[in-house]
Design a protein around this ligand. Structure first.
Ligand SMILES: *[C@@H]1O[C@H](CO)[C@@H](O)[C@H](O)[C@H]1NC(C)=O
Ligand SMILES: *[C@@H]1O[C@H](CO)[C@@H](O)[C@H](O)[C@H]1NC(C)=O
Ligand SMILES: *[C@@H]1O[C@H](CO)[C@@H](O)[C@H](O)[C@H]1NC(C)=O
Ligand SMILES: *[C@@H]1O[C@H](CO)[C@@H](O)[C@H](O)[C@H]1NC(C)=O
Ligand SMILES: *[C@@H]1O[C@H](CO)[C@@H](O)[C@H](O)[C@H]1NC(C)=O
Length: 285
């Protein structure tokens, strides 16, 4: 029984062991491996550089520069495989940034140049992805449906205050509203270059809708994910709620009346019984 288990265990351990051995050998040879698969993860300007592999017996330095400026070390002697570069890239979101990851010994002393890998160029204004938009409020009055989209704050600052997405992108940012009347399948859309929609709808109709952000100047990463869907069935939901409450009240009152009448009935019966008991011995005597 134990015989088939051991080879399996060995087979499972072998890659770890080999990887360890390989890392030992490369470190011993004085050259930690290069980082690879450098990827920017950026949303609404929050920006993190990620790479591989997890280091064994060495660490990483991450450097960033824009244009002709010098390399600036951001994550120093880090054992992680990601580095938050938001602070740097929000200084000017219309600049192109270069970043690189250097593999260095833990004591940061090495002969010659450490192995390094360059990240793809990063232009925040063009490359940061748009987060999922949020419908802040909506209101349907008569033939008008008004929808307001939240304008999220970014980490980009100007004169000490944080800018919203709209502040950064201006009219380059638009929102599309996709809407349809409750039962119908025909989807309509409207676009605004503000955060407000005011669209014409059928009176009394109930509508479902979601929004999506879009940067007009972009070729890639142009659209955000879709917001969650909201519906203006407030009339029906108010009615529904009212009916449920009225129903509950009627139910409770009915039960109360039934219990009360049973109680009163019993009391009258027992009183009548007692009277009979009180009077009967007299009759017998
Ligand atoms: C590195 O990235 C490439 C493409 O970006 C992918 O095909 C490959 O699987 C990645 N390697 C690892 C080890 O994740
Ligand atoms: C730094 O670490 C490397 C590898 O771990 C080692 O070869 C080297 O001697 C160390 N240098 C100093 C100054 O400690
Ligand atoms: C809807 O928006 C329009 C245009 O902005 C405005 O005139 C109207 O008062 C708004 N209606 C409601 C109910 O907010
Ligand atoms: C920043 O503030 C200075 C003075 O406080 C002002 O002159 C400048 O216009 C402001 N810049 C922006 C972009 O608001
Ligand atoms: C958008 O709508 C909100 C709420 O209805 C209102 O406070 C805001 O002033 C409107 N903004 C514009 C640009 O119309």
């Amino acid at each position: 029984m134990a015989i088939p288990v051991r080879p399996r265990l060995l087979a499972a351990l072998a890659p770890t062991f080999l990887g360890c051995l390989l890392a030992q050998v490369t470190v011993a040879a004085g050259t930690p491996p290069k980082a690879f698969n450098l990827t920017w993860k950026s949303m609404n300007f929050k920006t993190i550089l990620e790479w591989k592999p997890k280091p064994v017996d060495y660490v990483y330095n991450v450097e960033i520069s824009s244009g002709s400026s010098d390399w600036k070390i951001k994550c120093f002697l880090t054992p992680n495989t990601e580095c938050d570069l938001t602070d740097e890239i929000v200084q000017d979101v219309r600049r192109i940034y270069q970043a690189r990851v250097l593999s260095v010994p833990r004591n940061n002393t090495y002969l010659g140049n450490p192995p390094l890998t360059n990240a793809p160029e990063f232009l925040p204004y063009r490359d940061t992805k748009l987060g999922q938009p949020v419908i802040k409020s909506f209101k349907q009055v008569g033939r008008k449906l008004n929808v307001t989209v939240e304008d999220p704050r970014t980490l980009v600052r100007r004169n000490g205050t944080f800018l919203t997405l709209r502040d950064v992108f201006g009219k380059d940012l638009s929102y599309t509203l996709f809407y349809r009347r409750d039962a119908s399948t025909g989807k309509k859309e409207a676009t605004t270059s503000t955060n407000n929609f005011s669209i014409d709808v059928d009176q009394g109709g109930s509508y479902c809708f979601f929004v999506q952000a879009l940067i007009n100047s972009r070729k890639i990463n142009q659209k955000s994910p879709e917001s969650i869907t909201e519906c203006t069935d407030q009339w029906r939901s108010i009615m529904g709620e009212t009916l449920i409450i009225v129903g509950a009240v009627v139910f409770v009152v009915t039960i109360f009346i039934i219990l009360l009448s049973i109680y009163l009935c019993k009391r009258r019966q027992s009183r009548a019984g007692q009277k009979r008991k009180e009077t009967s011995p007299l009759r017998v005597a």
